[in-house]
Design a protein around this ligand. Structure first.
Ligand code: 3H9
Length: 687
């Protein structure tokens, strides 16, 4: 096999070109090629060396697919030491993204130039890792301690201009990058500029209290994660120890992270997210419909957020409401959201004004006649939705995609209200839609392949993470939430307090405990939904009784200042309410339940295994294409801790046989209706 690295001598400049699609990751073959090329350049007539990449990007990092396999020499840290040790100046020429080991390669070079469109970053922390090829030691020397900590603990890449300001790159070039880099190399060689090693630079002055500040901020922001903590230790070492000693610590802590279940979980999510974007059986070259204009029906919180998601991607939106007042209200919320983004420094005034100008309001469906995609986002009334789709069928042009944002309704029934069910699809956004990354793309029985492919690709354009779901009540995410909430409510009536349930789940890693989630979502919502069901469809009455009582008292949750908790009007901070405890105790007695102490571990296991058991059914029924899709849904849409990799990965990591045994135990204690093990769990556990 030919090497993915070419070395050529262009007059006096040695040019090393990496060509390893799709993202020039530092696989074994690339490392070997780089090693050979650097060695060759040391002994030929070259006076300076350029490292440049073919394809869409500079090196995007170590090859993540190699992690977990036995390491093969040359190891990246050693290779980068060789590059830095080069007797001839080495110039890295960056386009696309220089990420992780890619940026570390550039930092080991002596000079760096970049196109102004390039971005650089050290995103290892998002994989539960730290930069393990000298990044933690070289970056603080070049950019200072604060910038280094920011870049490494956030993992967010920065644009070339910012990198220039921070001293991470030395110059921004325009036009042909290879050409510009070679010209600069000639200039450096001609001017007698020799090597300039990052490892020999001195860390600029800094405030020594910074490390403790980062440690305490990260303890909150990245609760329970080990990589951010280790990053701080490595950067501190860069300021206190000689370079080689710092590298030693970096290697030790990198390997600790690499072997940790956290990194295994986060690497699983990296690939699961990319896999989720693919639809089995749908040809890669399925034609896409052009989406240049969008209509949104309903200017509530959801509709407004959806409109913003498209406007933020430069796609014009027509927002439809039923009358002028409702429209003015909807647009004012959009306005407020943009103002808040400007205030938080997320958007410039100009950018916000531009996005805002892309959203036009209307009360006339006729204004949707040219829309390429229309998304209905009105409240969950099946008859209303059908009426809207019949109207859309009448006004929209042929080929327009008609989508519903429903959380629960049957997309097939909605599609049947039109004469073009092939054009109908579910696009389930999560609130606040302009911020939440998850998009469930719901494929109806008749949804056309090109409609599905278009929506999956469009999701990426509006910076969402798409996961396809089949049609069922609640799709993937909300369907699994039902048994999860059921167990949370049962724990309450059997003996726990709201605070105990929430604290147990939050300590385990959930972003917010289920009882607080119920208060935030509105207790009236579930109440109304239950009222619309027949008695026998409502499930275990013990699991809804307390919520029903609260709803009937007008305690709808955060929005009314009281639900399972009481809320401070000004700060929205929650506190326990003895009245709620009395209600729980009273209702438990009415059911003849003798309340008991429930260990936190039981709470966590019941809630999480309820998710897993339902997830197994969802995979078995083909509602989700694969278990990883469910993990992506839960991490991006439901505050499941990334470091646990999603419910299905977590179950796998624990051992499916252990999960099965615990589910059997719960079946024995709490009954088969709730806890019959999913057939797929039984099958997999027995393997
Ligand atoms: C590291 O560097 C550790 C070192 O500090 C120390 C080592 C000792 N490896 O995302 P896309 C694949 S850790 C292997 O859809 P985009 C990806 O799976 C690494 N494969 O494209 C996908 O495959 P498929 C630090 C990789 O244009 C295909 O490439 N670096 C890698 O939307 C296209 O990816 C990172 O964490 C990789 N490193 O985005 C950067 N990267 O087609 C991770 C991508 O089969 N990468 N693939 O599904 C990214 O952030 C994005 O991929 C990137 C392109 C922005 C580069």
């Amino acid at each position: 096999m030919s090497s993915p690295v070419r070395y050529t001598l262009n007059d006096k400049i040695g040019v090393i070109t990496i060509d390893f699609p799709p993202v020039n990751a530092l696989s074994h073959a690339v490392r070997q090629g780089l090693h050979d090329a650097i060695a060759a350049a040391q002994v030929d007539a070259s006076e300076a060396i350029v490292i440049v990449c073919d394809g869409r990007t500079f090196i995007a990092g170590a090859d993540i697919t190699e992690f977990g396999k036995p390491p093969q020499k040359p190891l990246l840290p050693d290779l980068l030491d060789e590059i830095e040790a080069s007797a001839k100046p080495v110039i890295a020429a960056i386009h696309g993204t220089a990420l992780g080991g890619g940026l570390e390669t550039a930092l080991a070079a002596h000079y760096r130039c970049a196109l102004d469109t390039a971005r650089v970053g050290l995103p290892e922390v998002k994989l539960g890792l730290l930069p393990g090829a000298g990044g933690t030691q070289r970056l603080p020397r070049l950019a200072g301690v604060t910038a280094a900590l920011d870049l490494m603990t956030s993992g967010t890449p920065i644009p070339a201009a910012k990198a220039l300001e921070l001293g991470i790159v030395d110059r921004i070039v325009a036009g042909d990058l290879r050409h510009a880099a070679i010209a600069w190399a000639c200039e450096l060689a001609g001017g007698g500029k020799g090597v300039r090693r990052s490892s020999e630079q001195v860390v600029p002055d800094f405030d020594p209290s910074i490390f403790d500040s980062y440690r305490s901020a990260l303890a909150k922001r990245a609760k329970g994660q080990i990589a951010p903590r280790h990053i701080v230790s490595c950067v501190q070492a860069a300021t206190e120890r000689p370079f080689a000693e710092g590298l030693k610590l970096e290697r030790e802590l990198f390997l600790k992270c690499l072997e940790s279940p956290q990194s295994v979980a986060m690497r699983h999510l990296f690939f699961a997210e990319r896999q989720a974007a693919k639809i089995d059986g749908l040809p890669k070259d399925t034609p896409l419909r052009a989406i240049d204009s969008v209509g949104v029906i309903g200017g509530g919180t959801m509709g407004g957020g959806i409109a913003m998601s498209f406007a933020n991607a430069g796609i014009p939106v027509t927002l439809i409401e039923i009358n002028d007042d409702a429209l003015a209200h909807g647009l004012s919320i959009v306005e407020k959201n943009y103002a808040a983004s400007v205030k938080r420094g997320k958007l410039s005034e100009d950018a916000a004004a531009e996005c805002r100008s892309l959203i036009k309001g209307s009360t006339d469906y006729a204004d949707l006649e040219n829309a390429d995609l229309v998304i209905e986002a009105v409240f969950e009334d099946p008859e209303l939705k059908k009426t809207i789709f019949a109207r859309l069928d009448a006004v929209c042009k042929p080929g327009a995609i008609l989508a519903t944002n429903t959380s629960y309704q049957d997309v097939n029934v909605i599609a049947a209200a039109t004469r073009r069910p092939g054009d109908v699809i579910g696009l389930h956004f999560f609130s606040p839609a302009n911020i939440m990354k998850l998009l469930e793309v719901v494929r109806g029985d008749k949804t056309a392949d090109d409609v599905l492919a278009t929506c999956m690709s469009l999701a990426k354009k509006i910076r969402k993470v798409p996961v396809m779901s089949g049609v069922c009540y609640g799709f993937i995410g909300n369907r699994m939430l039902q048994p999860y909430f059921r167990e949370a409510q049962l724990c309450l009536i059997e003996g726990a307090t709201p605070a105990q349930v929430d604290t147990a789940m939050e300590a385990w890693g959930m972003a917010m405990g289920p009882i607080r989630v119920a208060d935030l979502a509105g207790i009236d919502v579930g109440y109304k939904a239950r009222q619309a069901l027949l008695e026998e469809e409502r499930g275990d009455p013990r699991a809804s009784r307390v919520a029903d009582v609260l709803a009937e008292m007008g305690r709808f949750g955060q929005k009314t200042g009281a639900g399972f908790y009481r809320y401070d009007k000004a700060t929205r901070r929650h506190e326990s309410d003895p009245e709620v405890l009395e209600i729980i105790e009273r209702e438990a007695a009415a059911f003849g339940i003798e309340r008991r102490d429930i260990p936190d571990e039981e709470i966590v296991d019941r809630l999480i295994y309820a998710l897993v058991n339902e997830g197994m059914r969802i995979v078995d029924e083909g509602i989700a294409q694969r278990p990883g899709d469910i993990d992506v849904v839960y991490v991006y849409g439901y505050g499941f801790p990334v470091a646990r990799g999603g419910p299905m990965h977590f179950a796998d990591a624990i051992g499916l046989d252990k999960v099965y045994q615990r589910v059997l135990e719960f079946q024995e204690r709490f009954g088969a209706e709730a806890w019959a093990p999913a057939p797929l769990l039984v099958k997999l556990a027995s393997r």
